[in-house]
Design a binder for this molecule. Structure first.
Ligand SMILES: Cc1cc2nc3c(=O)[nH]c(=O)nc-3n(C[C@H](O)[C@H](O)[C@H](O)COP(=O)(O)O)c2cc1C
Length: 337
């Protein structure tokens, strides 16, 4: 408990801080092609996330070899935790109940603390083969998939699902949520937009509130939470105390501190130090040739909060040499010191 002396005035702000410190869970969102093992390590090293969910493992009509699970989630080799000890849960995407179940069992055998199922992916190729958000058109199919996975995975492991509010429209948002609950899911994360709405603001947090009122499993709110104020507004609109954070963790890397402590973004100097940690990892792990693309991808997010990131992005945009980029970063670091 935070000490509150008799002389303290318990303002609304301090009351909300108490609430946020003790009851709120913050989960690092799955982000295919961005939120890999290295980013999870960096971000959980400077934040207090309660859980990470991996990029999705695509399941078709086969039991995948172990190496696929280890590639998406190298943390399986270290107790399914990031270096700083945050648990990492594997996410599966697919439409065959039978093979989703088989692969889910394999994932938990390899150490994943539960399974998350992706019903939100908007990618054309994925939807064409009946995976991701397209399944939101058919609550019975959602039910069959979740039920098969739940029945197959030992009861001590959570089976969770992540949805959007619908495919083209929101007509089935409650039916879908109920189907997932009835199939035995342990929790439901909701990205508060339809597939058609893509990533266009706003996120419709009030719909998450309606879901929460209609089902009895924990609901996690997701979408457009960029800072402390957004977190508060989202919690008010949805009634959820569990939030999932995606892009904001790349734009302002100290996002959980911002939300939990109501602070601002970390300094650009500290961001540069994080970038150098990523460079170091990429060089050591044989990913040096991919480093420029990866760094530009991250800067593309960072420049939404840091003008310095915009400037750095412009200077390295056409550069393909990791060493040259590294020199530029060191110069910026010296300038920012
Ligand atoms: C580049 C990118 C990749 C994503 N990959 C996944 C994924 O693999 N699985 C998933 O369930 N959601 C995925 N999402 C959706 C995010 O988890 C999240 O629901 C969405 O970005 C909204 O949250 P935000 O506003 O906090 O970013 C992805 C989003 C982005 C931008």
């Amino acid at each position: 408990m935070l000490p509150i002396s008799s002389g303290d005035v318990l303002t609304v702000k301090s009351a909300s801080l108490l609430f946020m410190r003790h009851a709120m869970r913050l989960i690092l969102a799955p982000m295919e092609g961005v939120m890999d093992h290295d980013m999870r390590d960096l971000l959980t090293g400077i934040n207090t996330f309660d859980l990470c969910v991996t990029e999705f493992v695509r399941v078709t009509n086969t039991l995948l070899p172990n190496r696929v699970f280890y590639r998406i989630c190298p943390e399986l080799l270290q107790g399914a935790k990031t270096a700083s000890g945050t648990p990492v849960r594997l996410q599966l995407l697919g439409s065959s109940p039978e093979y989703m179940a088989l692969n889910a069992v394999r994932a938990v055998e390899l150490g994943s603390p539960g399974i998350d199922i992706n019903f939100g992916c908007p990618a054309k190729g994925v939807n064409k083969s009946r995976g991701g958000a397209i399944l939101l058109r058919d609550p019975e199919e959602l039910y069959r998939i979740v039920k098969a996975v739940r029945d197959a995975v030992p009861a001590q492991w959570p089976v969770t699902a992540k949805i959007r509010l619908g495919y083209e429209d929101k007509l089935l948002f409650l039916e879908n949520s109920r189907a997932i609950e009835q199939a035995g899911a342990s929790e439901l994360a909701v990205h508060a937009r339809t597939k058609t709405e893509g990533y266009r603001p706003p996120a419709h947090w009030e719909y998450i509130g309606k879901i929460r009122e209609n089902i009895n499993i924990p609901v996690i709110a997701n979408g457009e939470i960029w800072n402390h104020e957004d977190a508060r507004r989202c919690m008010d609109a949805s009634g959820c105390s569990d939030l999932m954070l995606g892009r904001s963790s790349l734009v302002t890397p100290n996002i959980t501190t911002m939300i939990r402590e109501s602070t601002g973004p970390m300094s650009w100097y500290s961001v540069l130090q994080l970038i150098l940690q990523l460079s170091d990892r990429d060089r050591k792990n044989g990913k040096w040739q991919y480093h420029p693309a990866r760094l530009k991808q991250w800067l593309n997010y960072l420049r939404k909060a840091y003008p310095e990131a915009q400037s750095l992005f412009e200077r390295i945009r056409s550069c393909k040499e990791s060493e040259v980029i590294l020199e530029t970063i060191y110069l910026d670091l010296a300038r920012a010191a």
